[in-house]
Ligand binder design. Structure first.
Ligand code: 3HC
Length: 309
C-alpha cells in the first residue's frame, strides 16, 4: 500500500496519524496552523488573569490563580512540542504570532476589569475550552490528541475553581454580586465567539472534519456550550445578557440571539480592546528571554562538542 492509502485507511479506521507517518502536505499545514493557534492562545491567555495574581483578595485565591496561570504555560509548551513533531520551529511560530501572521483566541483580547473576571474566565472561557477540546482528545493526529488529555483534565480544574469563586462572591455583598453580573455581561458573547465563525463561513472546517482533526462543527460545539451554561447561570443567580435565550422544546436546545460577527472579525484581525497590549507584552517577553535561549543553545553545543570528542 502507498503512504496515501495507509493515511486514508488510518483516518477511515479512526486510528492515529503519527509523526513519522506519510501525511498530505495540507494535513501537516493545517495541523501546524491549528496547534500553533491553540498554543499561542494558551500563552497569551496567561496575561488577562496574570494581571490579578498580585491583587488576589486572599492567599488561597492567589495560590489557585498562580497554579492556573502556570498550567496555561504548560499547555502552551505541550502544544508547541506537538507542533515541532510536524517539523515546525517554535521560534518561527512565536515570530508568526508577534508579526500577526498566526492567530490566537479572540477571547484574550478583552480586559479583566475586576476580580470577578477571574471567576467568569474560569467558568465561561475555560468551560468553552473544555467543550471545544474534549472532542480534540479524539483528533486524528496522535501527539495533539494525547496532549489534549492532560490539558482537558487541567481545564476542568480551571472551570471548577472559577465557578466556586463566583459562588463565593454571589454569597457576598450586593457589590460583589454586581461585579459577577457585570463580568458575565462582558464575557458571555466573546465566549460564544471562541468556537469560531458560523459553519457556513468556516473555511477550514470541512477539510478538518474530513481528516477527523475536528470531530464536531463550530456551531454544534457552540450550541453544546450554551446548553451547558444556561443552567449553571441559573444556579449561580446571574442573568445571561441575551433576551433571545429560551428553551426550544422541539430542538431540545436553547435558542440564542445573533452573535456580533463584525466584532468577531474586528477582534481576530487585531482590532480588539487589548490586542496591541497582548502582542506588545509577548514581544517584550520574547526579547527579554533571548539571552536565556542563546545561553542554553551555547551550553548544549558545548556539551555536544565535549560528547563528540
Ligand atoms: N479566535 C481567533 N481566531 C479564530 C477564532 C477565535 N475564536 N475562531 C476561528 N478563528 C480563525 C481560525 O484560526 C481561522 O484562521 P486561520 O485559517 O488564519 O487559522 C479562521 O478564523 C477561520 O476559522 P475556522 O473555523 O475555519 O478555523 P478552524 O477550523 O481552525 O476552527 C477553532 C477554529 C474552532 C478555534 C479551531 O482552530 C480549534 O478548535 N482550535 C483548537 C482549540 C483552540 O485553539 N482553542 C482556543 C481557546 S483558548 C484556550 O484553550 C486557552 C484556555 O486556557 C481557555
Amino acid at each position: 500500500m502507498t503512504g496515501e492509502q495507509v493515511f486514508e485507511e488510518t483516518i477511515a479506521k479512526d486510528q492515529r496519524v503519527e509523526p513519522r507517518d506519510w501525511m498530505p502536505d495540507g494535513y501537516r499545514k493545517t495541523m501546524i496552523r491549528q496547534i500553533a493557534q491553540h498554543a499561542h492562545s494558551e500563552i497569551i491567555g496567561m496575561q488577562p488573569e496574570g494581571a490579578w495574581i498580585t491583587r488576589a483578595p486572599t492567599l488561597r485565591r492567589k495560590a489557585i490563580l498562580l497554579a492556573k496561570v502556570q498550567d496555561e504555560a504548560g499547555h502552551g509548551l505541550y502544544l508547541y512540542s506537538a507542533a515541532e513533531t510536524l517539523g515546525a520551529d517554535r521560534g518561527d511560530l512565536t515570530r508568526r504570532l508577534i508579526d500577526g501572521r498566526q492567530k490566537y483566541s479572540s477571547i484574550f483580547n478583552y480586559p479583566t476589569l475586576t476580580f470577578a473576571d477571574v471567576g467568569v474566565i474560569g467558568w465561561l472561557v475555560d468551560g468553552a475550552a473544555i467543550c471545544n477540546q474534549v472532542p480534540l482528545c479524539r483528533s486524528s493526529y496522535g501527539p495533539y490528541a494525547r496532549a489534549m488529555i492532560r490539558i482537558c483534565k487541567e481545564e476542568s480544574f480551571h472551570q471548577r475553581q472559577g465557578y466556586e469563586l463566583l459562588m463565593t462572591m454571589m454569597r457576598g455583598t450586593a457589590a460583589q454580586r454586581e461585579m459577577v453580573q457585570d463580568a458575565t455581561d462582558r464575557w458571555w458573547w466573546p465566549s460564544l465567539m471562541m468556537f469560531g465563525p458560523p459553519d457556513d463561513e468556516s473555511p477550514n472546517s470541512a477539510q478538518s472534519m474530513a481528516w477527523k482533526i475536528k470531530r464536531h462543527s463550530n456551531d454544534d460545539l457552540r450550541q453544546r456550550f450554551v446548553d451547558m451554561s444556561v443552567p449553571q447561570a441559573e444556579a449561580l443567580g446571574v442573568t445571561l445578557p441575551d433576551p433571545a435565550l429560551r428553551w426550544n422544546a422541539d430542538r431540545e436546545h436553547y435558542d440564542f440571539g445573533e452573535i456580533d460577527w463584525v466584532e468577531f472579525k474586528r477582534v481576530i484581525s487585531g482590532g480588539g480592546p487589548m490586542n496591541a497590549e497582548r502582542i506588545a507584552h509577548r514581544r517584550r517577553a520574547d526579547e527579554d528571554g533571548a539571552w536565556v535561549r542563546e545561553a542554553a543553545a551555547a551550553h548544549a553545543a558545548k556539551r555536544a562538542k565535549v560528547g563528540a570528542a
